[in-house]
Design a binder for this molecule. Structure first.
Ligand SMILES: Nc1ncnc2c1ncn2[C@@H]1O[C@H](COP(=O)(O)OP(=O)(O)OP(=O)(O)O)[C@@H](O)[C@H]1O
Length: 275
């Protein structure tokens, strides 16, 4: 365990990385109330890689991503059958504190969502929440450097995070997510609100981040998946029987998914026959 992780003692039952596998996600059925949103999706997340989730709207990409660090806990109607294991440990174990889960498995959202507080406080937020006992200033600087934002903000750390441009705000959110040194970073369409230049900066950042973190990325942009993802999971929507249930169609190396898909549906999707 890193010095940072040690400095932030878990508040509930022990939940710490062991072993080599990062996340084993087996979702047999995912419901919102009575609605079956996702079925039969086994989505392993491999260490040190970027795993891209692609597929048509409503196929469950975000649902699966958010189940990995218990973000769906915030939705009362959410329930699932299956398991999500992080280094072999049950993420949904009765004694596991979701705040601790999210320290190891951080998240960046579609819309840059800095808190209404200073740039510094945004990045320090998770450290304080987790009662980090080390040097907060040093950790904030390191996170901003890793998020390729330090040079642009080092002279205005007390300015509001909301005063930054959209691309800078998204890099600030990435800095906030990595300040606690997570093991895994979940990114839910992190570039969809950004212009092409900011998008390229964030994509470049993802490639740098994977040296240190494991990344799972939801994207609508298939070119983005080919540019940054090592592994790609393609989800489809089953409308037979009048429902709309997402499921994993195929998962493999990104090159294979785009150039040599094994499933007809994947072939049609990546060739743009439907979206
Ligand atoms: N909070 C919720 N309550 C009820 N149904 C939901 C909720 N969130 C998502 N759903 C439904 O679950 C299904 C999967 O949604 P999800 O957002 O995971 O798909 P997605 O592939 O990420 O879609 P998109 O690409 O449009 O963002 C959809 O039918 C959606 O309407």
């Amino acid at each position: 365990m890193s010095a940072t992780a040690e400095a932030m003692a878990p508040r509930a039952a022990a939940f710490s990385p062991i072993g080599d596998a990062v996340i084993d996600c087996q979702l047999q059925k995912v419901f919102y109330g009575d609605f079956l949103a996702v079925r039969n999706s086994h989505v392993p997340i491999e260490k040190g890689k970027i795993t891209g989730f692609i597929g048509p709207s409503g196929c469950g990409k975000s649902t699966v991503l958010r189940s990995l660090n218990r973000m769906n806990d915030l939705i009362p109607s959410f329930r699932f059958e299956g398991h999500v294991k992080y280094h072999g440990q049950d993420v949904y174990g009765k004694t596991v504190d979701p705040v601790v889960v999210r320290r190891y498995i951080g998240m960046v959202f579609q819309q840059p969502n800095p808190f209404s507080m200073s740039i510094y406080d945004n990045v320090a937020f998770g450290l304080r929440l987790n009662r980090y006992k080390g040097d907060v200033e040093e950790r904030v600087q390191k996170a901003l450097e890793r998020a390729a934002l330090w040079k642009e903000v080092k002279d205005k750390l007390n300015k509001s995070g909301l005063s930054l441009s959209g691309g800078q705000q998204q890099r600030l959110c990435i800095a906030r997510a990595i300040a606690t040194e997570p093991d895994v970073l979940l990114m839910d369409e992190p570039c969809s609100a950004l212009d092409p230049i900011a998008t390229r900066q964030v994509e470049q950042l993802m490639l740098e981040l994977k040296e240190r973190y494991t990344v799972a990325l939801v994207t609508h942009n298939m070119q983005q998946a080919t540019r940054v993802a090592d592994t790609t999971a393609f989800f489809g929507v089953d409308i037979s029987g009048g429902g709309r249930t997402g499921y994993l169609v195929e998962m493999g190396e990104t090159r294979q998914i785009f150039q040599d898909p094994q499933e007809e549906l994947t072939k049609q999707y990546v060739s743009g026959e439907f979206s």
